[in-house]
Design a protein around this ligand. Structure first.
Ligand code: FE
Ligand code: FE
Length: 257
């Protein structure tokens, strides 16, 4: 530091001429802090960070999400969702527990699957694909072209690998958007709870809520038919799983008539 050309820093501050200038390599990463938190928690941030950084974060155990109680799981899930989705997910958890009570399914599994069903929904298409690459998951052409529809698959992978959930919970998360043939009770409950949780608001939702507590198969069939007719109206592709689910339900219901 100089005043009137005299060094008054006591020689502590080096003059610019004395300093070797170094250029630090710091490649910019196009990702928000919230998405980086999500990708670190889902253990798939390696390709987004400088080499070794994800390993160091992994080694200090900051993102260990196994063995969480229901209350701890709720807090972690809330931290990973977009704020606008929190009410829906908590509503789905409550509806799933109420339906499990009514139909005799495991209430803990129902609550955990309800909390986790949209766990990766905040990730955009490219980040969904990054997660699949990190996990070594092969995708069909439909998924590659429509990566936004991947959240049921990636949610199930995360429920298993990151949260250590049991197979029943993982499979209920997996089938929550499209349904599938031979759905078990928990899978039906999560599909229907996602559709009729208390924050949903569309014509016919009150009837669907009432139906869910009277006939879970008919509620599932109604949900599938509503989704398929909406997709047809929008000229969008209908998943093979939804078509097979509807065919399976029709055959089942015809047999019991
Ligand atoms: Fe969903
Ligand atoms: Fe949902």
């Amino acid at each position: 530091m100089k005043e009137n050309g005299v060094d008054v820093s006591g020689g502590m501050i080096p003059q610019i001429d004395d300093v070797r200038q170094l250029l630090a390599e710091n490649p910019a990463v196009e990702i928000s802090a919230e998405d980086l938190h999500r990708m670190l928690c889902f253990d798939c941030a390696d390709e987004l960070l400088p080499p070794g950084a994800a390993d160091r974060i992994r080694a200090n155990g900051a993102y260990n999400c196994r063995g969480l109680s229901m209350e701890q799981l709720e807090q972690v899930v809330i931290s990973l969702l977009k704020p606008s989705r929190v009410r829906h997910v908590l509503g789905c958890r409550d509806a799933a527990i109420a339906l499990a009570k009514k139909w005799g399914a495991d209430e803990t599994d129902a609550g955990r699957a309800g909390l986790l069903h949209d766990i990766t929904k905040a990730l955009d298409g490219p980040l969904q694909l990054t997660l699949c690459r990190a996990y070594g998951t092969m995708l069909d052409d439909f998924s590659k072209e429509n990566p936004k529809t991947l959240h049921a698959l990636t949610g199930a992978l995360v429920a298993q690998r990151i949260f250590g959930e049991n197979q029943a919970v993982v499979e209920a998360v997996r089938s929550h958007t499209t349904g599938k043939a031979n759905m078990n009770l928990l899978q039906k409950i999560i599909y229907v709870a996602d559709y009729m949780e208390p924050n949903r608001d569309f014509p016919g939702v009150e009837e669907l809520r009432e139906l869910a507590f009277r006939d879970i198969d008919l509620a599932l069939k109604t949900g599938l038919e509503m989704t398929i007719s909406m997709l047809r109206l929008q000229n969008r592709e209908i998943s093979k799983e939804s078509q097979e689910a509807l065919q399976w339900l029709d055959e089942r219901m015809n047999k019991t008539c």
